[in-house]
Structure formats: structure tokens, C-alpha cells
Design a protein around this ligand. Structure first.
Ligand code: SAH
Length: 211
């Protein structure tokens, strides 16, 4: 059975991710390694390596594998970074980040999802999860070399920009509730430059500074 998931994972990386232009070898390797089927509800395990998002309960979704890869590549992780993730959800993206960075701080607003993700991520000693409103960031642990938001925002939350280190990257979907553009924002001192990467659809980022 494990063998099967392993080969599905290799195929996922080749056909859905590398074929669409993701080149960062470290990202591809992490996606070949992390068992995505563990992070989806048990009855959907056989769909874990398919080319679309899946429902994880509580009205939330685990992102499409390609979107996880694209967003992770955009963070430009080399291995020594302190990363903030807003929207832990299933914890799958968190695991990918934990493979690629030094420390990962992840915030989830739904306690049950946070608890479940924490359990699945137990073996990663560099992962720190808390329940709360991630649009306010994690000020006690700032600054962050990279910040990833995995829910769609109406605008870029000010606290997240403020908690970005000099030279840091913030990857975030911004737009309406039903359609967003994925942006990478790069900080140089107090200047922030924006790049639009692709269009996308995420569940809404809820709360102050969100919807
Ligand atoms: N990276 C996750 C994506 C989950 S969907 C995965 O691949 O599984 C987005 C998540 O963001 C949901 O779990 C939702 O509850 C959470 N979320 C929405 N608004 C939030 C906020 N303000 N703070 C923290 N988490 C939030």
C-alpha cells in the first residue's frame, strides 16, 4: 500500500509540478518525500495525489499539490529561514515548509484543525503551531524571513508586512472572496515590491485585517 502511495507521489511531482515549471530541486524533493495522503481525511486518501484541492472538513480545503509547490518555491527557502504560515489547515504545507526551513511557526483559527495538524506533525521538532488570528502575525517571534498565507485576503494585512525581515518574502493570495491573484511581496528595508504570480482560488482569510 505504501509502495503505491510512493509511486503516486513521484508521478504527482513529475506530471503536475515539474511539468508546469517548478524547478527548485529542494521543493521537488520535499514533495516527493512528505506523505500527502496522511494529511487528508482517511476516506479521501486515495485521491491525495490528484491534481486538485480536497475538502478537510470545517468548510476548509487542502490546496492542490501544484499550488503548494508554486507557493513554496516563491518563498525561496535555502534551509536557514524562520517562516510564518497563516492557515495551518491540514498541516501538509507546514510539513513541506518544515523540510525546507529552520523553524516554522503556523497559525490556524479553527482549534480542531490545529490540534489534528499538530498530531500529524509531531515528528517535526521545528514546527510550532498556535490557534489564533494569523492576520495579526506572531509578533513575539518576528521578524520572519518568509511568510506564506494559505487563505485569500481582501488586502495585504499590515502586521504581516511589518513582521517581514529585511530581504524577506511574503506570498499571499489577494482579491475577492471567490477569486484572487497570488502575490509575492519582497521587503528591502522599508520598501515593498509586489509581483503577481498567478490567479487562484482560496478559502477566505477570516478576521481583523481579513474578511
Ligand atoms: N495550508 C493549508 C490550507 C488550508 S485552507 C493546507 O494545505 O491544508 C486555509 C486555512 O486557513 C483554513 O484551515 C482556515 O481555517 C485558515 N484560516 C482562515 N483565516 C485564518 C486566520 N485569520 N488565521 C489563521 N487561520 C486562518
Amino acid at each position: 500500500m505504501n509502495e503505491d502511495y510512493g509511486s503516486l507521489r513521484l508521478r504527482m511531482v513529475e506530471r503536475q509540478i515539474r511539468a508546469r515549471g517548478v524547478k527548485d530541486e529542494r521543493v521537488l524533493e520535499a514533495m516527493r518525500k512528505v506523505p500527502r495522503h496522511v494529511f487528508v481525511p482517511p476516506d479521501l486518501a486515495d485521491e491525495a495525489y490528484e491534481d486538485h484541492p480536497l475538502s478537510i472538513g470545517k468548510g476548509q480545503t487542502i490546496s492542490q499539490p501544484y499550488m503548494v509547490a508554486l507557493m513554496t518555491e516563491a518563498l525561496e527557502l535555502k534551509g536557514d529561514e524562520k517562516v510564518l504560515e497563516v492557515g495551518t489547515g491540514s498541516g501538509y504545507q507546514t510539513a513541506i515548509l518544515a523540510e525546507l526551513a529552520r523553524e516554522v511557526y503556523s497559525i490556524e483559527r479553527i482549534p480542531q484543525l490545529a490540534q489534528e495538524a499538530e498530531r500529524k506533525l509531531e515528528e517535526y521538532t521545528n514546527v510550532h503551531i498556535k490557534v489564533g488570528n494569523g492576520t495579526l502575525g506572531w509578533p513575539e517571534e518576528a521578524p520572519f524571513d518568509a511568510i506564506i498565507v494559505t487563505a485569500g485576503a481582501p488586502k495585504v494585512p499590515g502586521p504581516l508586512k511589518a513582521q517581514l525581515a529585511d530581504g524577506g518574502r511574503l506570498v499571499i493570495p489577494v482579491g475577492s472572496e471567490f477569486h484572487q491573484v497570488l502575490y509575492r511581496i519582497r521587503r528591502r528595508r522599508d520598501t515593498f515590491s509586489e509581483e503577481a504570480l498567478t490567479s487562484c482560488v482560496f478559502v477566505p482569510l477570516i478576521g481583523e485585517e481579513g474578511w
